[in-house]
Design a protein around this ligand. Structure first.
Ligand code: 3PG
Length: 395
């Protein structure tokens, strides 16, 4: 792909589509700035070469009712960016209106302008070309550094870059890095290749599991989806969370996977799915009546950790248990630690597991923590995105 390196940005206004859709605290402050930090290499590169920045992002899913949409403004995000990049940042209250136009016109080399939440405009979701023309009209070139949004066909992802000559469109360093790791995971993994899949629902992950089964040597299962698989095998799972209407899907996956799919050999169980519960460990596939399976057990931790350490490539999505409760966090923590200790190429993504790796302070010790939730998962499903098709290949 054409990257930001290929663009002549000196004296140019560069519209960078970033994904600053960050978690917010109750008071509106940015609760996790990882996605903002991840965009800095691209932003600093453009500024360093004498360009200026017009930044476009969404934040959350605004309702369209102005009274309810105040919390979706990008003011706090712009403040956080200013703090992280160490430069003044101008934030305006519209995306393509008079304020945005005036600020874009006045933008000097080295300047940074943050436009209002692009989803405040109806044309964004619809991929509207008229809206896209107005937005593109503010700048000389376009960079997509919003990996987390690449699975969306919204205007700022597809119709906006289409308004620029092909030589003026590129991906940023963050997207480039994400695509490189995905190439390793999907096309060039070093064996043994291990996938670790967790989370609550088999149904959310079915397409990822099916696609990865074609590539991996082993697929280790954890999280509540374990109990849907065990139930599908005919075991009693007590009060554990089960997707009762997905047992056929689980059976199909088990047949497809054969011995590649590994289920936990023991479980941490609790008398209630909450902090302060009574807990114990049970061996084997059966959870006693009245108990909840909450985490993988110690033998499974040992088994999975060894497989991860001996791997050539590991991809991990989804926690091993309800890790937000300390008593049920051991399995997730151990998988994160095994990834950190492994000499394999290790990639984590798709939301909660990335959060876990950050929480345990291990993000620097794995090869890659994706900034993508849905975008990372859909990539693993083998999907290709229109947002990337509109960026030309190099050369
Ligand atoms: C994400 O967090 O997955 C992206 O920012 C996309 O957000 P969306 O699911 O609201 O489109």
């Amino acid at each position: 792909k054409q990257t930001v390196r290929d663009l002549d940005v000196k004296g140019k206004k560069v519209l960078v589509r970033v994904d600053f859709n960050v978690p917010q605290a109750k008071d509106g402050e940015v609760a996790d700035d990882r996605r903002i930090r991840a965009a800095l290499p691209t932003l600093n590169d453009i500024l360093g070469r004498g360009g200026s920045l017009i930044l476009v992002s969404h934040l959350g899913r605004p309702t369209g009712d102005p009274a309810k949409d105040e919390p979706f403004r990008l003011n706090k995000v712009a403040e956080k960016l200013s703090e992280l990049i160490g430069k003044p940042v101008k934030k305006v209250n519209d995306t393509v209106g008079p304020e945005a136009e005036a600020a874009a016109k006045q933008l000097a080399p080295g300047g940074i302008l943050v436009l209002e939440n692009v989803r405040f405009n109806k044309g964004e979701k619809k991929g509207d070309v008229e809206f896209a023309k107005k937005l593109a009209g503010l700048a000389d070139a376009y960079v997509n550094d919003a990996f987390g949004t690449c699975h969306r066909d919204e205007a700022s992802m597809v119709a906006v870059p289409e308004q620029f000559p092909t030589g003026h469109r590129a991906i940023g360093f963050l997207v480039e890095k994400e695509l490189q790791i995905l190439d390793t995971l999907l096309a060039n993994p070093k064996s043994p290749y291990v996938a670790v899949m967790g989370g609550a629902k088999v149904s959310d992950k079915i397409l990822v599991i099916e696609n990865l089964l074609k590539k991996v040597d082993k697929l280790l299962v954890g999280g509540a989806m374990t109990y849907t698989f065990l139930r599908a095998q005919g075991h009693s799972v007590g009060n554990s969370r089960v997707e009762a209407d997905k047992l056929d899907v689980a059976k199909h996956v088990l047949e497809l996977a054969g011995p590649k799919l590994v289920l936990p050999v023991d479980h941490l169980i609790a008398d209630k799915p909450a902090a302060g519960a009574e807990t114990k460990v049970v061996d084997g596939p059966t959870i006693p009546e009245g108990w909840f399976g909450m985490d993988i057990g110690p033998k499974t931790i040992e088994l999975y950790s060894q497989v991860i350490k001996d791997a050539g490539t590991v991809v991990w999505n989804g926690p091993m248990g309800m890790f937000e409760v300390e008593a049920f966090a051991k399995g997730t923590k151990a998988v994160a630690q095994a990834m950190a200790d492994s000499s394999a190429v290790t990639a984590v993504g798709g939301g909660e597991s990335a959060e876990a790796v950050e929480k345990f302070g291990l993000a620097e010790k794995v090869s890659h923590v994706s900034t993508g939730g849905g975008a990372f998962l859909e990539s693993l499903e083998g999907k290709s995105f229109n947002s990337l098709k509109v960026i030309p290949e190099r050369g």
